[in-house]
Design a protein around this ligand. Sequence first.
Ligand code: T5A
Length: 209
Amino acid sequence: MTGLFITFEGTEGCGKSTQINALAARLQNQGQQVLQTREPGGTPLGEAVRNLLQHDKAGAGMSPEAELLLFTASRAQLTRERILPAIAKGEIVLCDRFMDSTTVYQGVARQIDSQAVAAINRFAVGEARPDLTILIDLSPEVGMARVHARCDGELDRIEQEAIEFFQAVRTGYLKLAESEPERFLVLDGSASVETLERQIWAAVQPRLG
Ligand code: T5A
C-alpha cells in the first residue's frame, strides 16, 4: 500500500496553513488517514531546531550555511520518523513546506550554491518525493501585511528580512514550478479561502485511491 505525499509551498502569509487544515478536515471526513505536519518541525527534534531557526537568541547572526544545514537536519528527521512510515502505511501526508523551501529560501534568496543545496536536500530526504506540490503564489507585500495583522508586532528571524528577499523567494518558486509542471499546481493566493479550497480539492480528489 502506498500513500499520497502532498506538500504546500509559498511565501509568508500565502495561506498554506489555512488550506492544509481545510484539506485535512475534508479528507478525514471521508475516512482517510491523514498525517498533517510542518517544516521546520514535526518531530521533537525538528521543533527544537525550529525554535533555534526562528526565535532563540542563539540563532542571531546565523550563517546561511548553518541555516541550510539546520533546515535540512529537521527535514531528515521528519522524513524518517514520520513521513516515510506514514506513506508506507498508505496514509495521506500533508506537509507545510518541504525541500522546495530550501531550494528557494537558501538556494535562491540566500544565494548558496544551487548544486550544494540540491545535494544536501537529496541526502536529507532519501527516497521521499512529493507526488503533488501546491504552490500558493502571492505578492510578498500582501503576504507580509497578513503576517503583520496576525502577529501583534513579534516577527520571527526570517520574517524580519527585507521585502526583496521574499520577492526573490517568490520568483524562485515560480521558476521551480515552471521546471516541474507535472508535480506543481500553482494557485493565485489572492483568491478567497473558499475558491482555493475548491481548486485544491479538484486537484487532490482524482488522486485518491
Ligand atoms: N524556511 C522553511 C526556509 O527558509 N527554508 C526551509 O527549508 C524551510 C522548510 C517557516 C520559515 O522558515 C523558512 C520559511 C519561513 O520563513 P513558518 O512560521 O512555518 O515559517 O511560516 P510560514 O510557513 O511562512 O507560514 P505562515 O503561517 O506565515 O503562512 P501560511 O501558513 O502560508 O498562511 P496562513 O494560512 O497562516 O494565513 C496567514 C493569514 O492570512 C489569512 C489567514 O487567516 C491568516 O491570518 N488568510 C487569508 N486572507 C485572505 N485570503 C486568503 N485566501 C487567505 N488565506 C489565509
